[in-house]
Ligand binder design. Structure first.
Ligand code: GTQ
Length: 375
């Protein structure tokens, strides 16, 4: 049955709104409108869809096309002028908000040697994934961290944070991920500038990773009561090593290959309340099966190359490219190389979905689990 015919059938047979316009009804709708009111049955099917409907489109941003524009921002504005010198990624289906997908924001931040951005805090939670350059650092509530390639870093909501690059460093670019659109949708977003512009460094450099970032070892007697992870920086080398070790003993997920979540080491749960992140390894030639999930995903290729089929469309990616998967959209990943592994970093809003009891996932049953490719 064609989809439109099936929808009409479901509406009639399954008791969805199905009221034809008459002159009298149109008059009635106008009268209601003048009272800032409306008849539910005119909008019911739209506001209560059978399943999640996304306005976001699957999109891929090629880094080698964006990079020159990001570097141009370095010449055009200072961090003092801009606050944060960032080129954000805008989903073409979401002109109403600054969102990359769903209620998630992402952008590419660039800073040069000796530059400093002032300290602030906000209701939005933030994370970073380091793309290139050396000497970058961030200070989160007095915990100063050095940032290396493919490191994953947290800036939980409510924490003071600022970024910079050491005098002897190079131009650095990293990806920012924030739940700004979600905070604004909830009308819950506050923003504050630190009174000192630069906060003090109150702990030894990289103390959070030294304390909490050791595999399966928890510092004896240390406790933690905040709602986010005490580990603020997850370094690339141990992450990649963990994936390689796990790959030796598992077939992995049929949908995601060798797939590991960044967790709060104190609870084993999500690192922040609203957003989580993962790193996955696709073995040479691996082609995962299609599945879909309630939740929005922003991916960055951290290593290798391949393609993903998202909503029936093919997106080819290589290192540093960024792409998004909207909620409840079929997606599958392919490592295009026969000899090299490929790694995809991703962040998502699954902690929000899980907290609210909304998370669901399903695998594609038809066609051996692979989508027909439209384009
Ligand atoms: O570094 O705090 O890309 O507040 C957008 C908003 C980065 C940040 C962004 C922000 C930040």
């Amino acid at each position: 049955m064609a989809e439109a015919v099936y929808d009409a059938y479901r509406e009639e047979v399954l008791g969805r709104a199905n009221v034809a316009d008459t002159e009298e009804l149109v008059e009635f709708y106008k009268d209601l409108e003048s009272q800032h009111a409306g008849a539910l049955w005119t909008v019911a099917n739209k506001i209560e869809p059978w399943e999640p409907v996304t306005e976001s489109q699957p999109v891929l941003w090629q880094f080698d096309r964006l990079r020159e524009h990001v570097l141009r921002a370095l010449e055009l504005v200072s961090p003092e002028q801009a606050g944060r010198r960032v080129v954000y990624l805008a989903n073409p289906g979401r002109r109403d908000v600054t969102a990359a997908v769903g209620w998630l924001y992402t952008g590419l931040q660039v800073m040069g040697p000796g530059e400093l951005a002032s300290s602030h805090r906000h209701s939005a939670s933030a994370l970073r994934f380091i793309m290139e350059g050396s000497g970058a650092f961030t200070n989160v509530d007095g915990h100063k961290m050095t940032l290396g390639r493919n490191d994953f870093v947290l800036t939980p909501n409510g924490t003071w944070h600022e970024h910079g690059v050491a005098e002897d460093g190079t131009v650095c670019i990293w990806q920012d991920g924030l739940d700004i659109p979600l905070m604004n949708a909830l009308e819950a977003n506050f923003y504050e500038v630190h009174p000192d512009l630069q906060q003090a460094v109150s702990f030894p450099i990289d103390d959070s990773t030294a304390t909490w970032g050791n595999p399966a070892l928890r510092p004896a007697g240390e406790t933690w009561s905040k709602r986010y992870s005490p580990l603020l920086k997850y370094e690339w080398e141990p992450t990649y090593e963990a994936l390689l070790k796990y790959a030796r003993v598992t077939d992995g997920s049929p949908y995601d290959g060798i797939h590991m979540d960044y967790v709060n080491p104190f609870t084993g749960g999500a690192p922040m309340q609203t957003m989580g992140a993962s790193m996955q390894l696709l073995r040479p030639g691996e082609h995962t099966r299609a599945h879909r999930e309630v939740g929005s995903f922003v991916y960055q290729c951290a290593k290798g190359s391949g393609h993903s089929i998202i909503g029936g469309r093919r997106f080819d990616w290589k290192e540093r490219d960024i792409f998004v998967v909207p909620s409840w959209m079929w997606h599958e990943h392919v490592n295009g190389s026969d000899s090299e592994d490929a790694c995809l970093f991703s962040f998502h809003d699954l902690p929000t979905m899980r907290t609210l009891g909304l998370y669901r996932a399903e695998g594609l049953a038809e066609n051996g689990g692979f989508q027909p490719v439209i384009s």
